[in-house]
Design a protein around this ligand. Sequence first.
Ligand code: SF4
Length: 212
Amino acid sequence: MPTKTFAKLKASGRFIALTVRPGIINKHLTSAQLNVLARLADEGAVKYSAGHSFIVSVHDEMLDEVMQILTDVELYVVPPTPSAIMKCCDFCDGDELAALPIAKELLREIEQMPLKKRVRIGFNACTLACYNAVQDDLALIYHNGGFDIYGGAVPMGRRASSGELLAKNIPEQYIIECVKKLLVHYNTSNVEKFFRFIKKEKESIQQYLKGD
Ligand code: SF4
């Protein structure tokens, strides 16, 4: 079993865990990226997570330097602040690109939107919905120029469950407005856990997503 886990490092010093990905959509690693991760594994720890990311444990004194090293080789670092975080599928390694323009727009408008807690948004470029988007807090599933939105998954524990369908066939020109409205609604609610918020507010969410 590993001897240098984040928990053990944190108990022995001021370590921070960074979430790192090969890219926002790209899932292939380059040799330069692997070299950087190998060096960081020697200095701290690198673990693969259930959320399709690397968890890189670094000493907080090294944080700025490590962020620079990671971004120099085009690794994507998710900031440790509470915010909206998108997790995209790999667009069939670039063979399914119809949803790419709207995915880029969503990333620009939604990714890292400050929130009271981190909200994971899964984005799938087709209805095969791999990368488990329906197990994320929100799932945006693209097909034929529109989106189905699922929300409120319980990602782990013995009561784990997928998100529920909140809206069907939202035209892509409205999706950013819909997601922003939902996130602002969550942020101003008095419910902390996202799945509890969805459960409590499901009917009103379904109404405004429908445009009522
Ligand atoms: S969700 Fe669809 S487009 Fe995305 S990787 Fe899976 S099969 Fe490809």
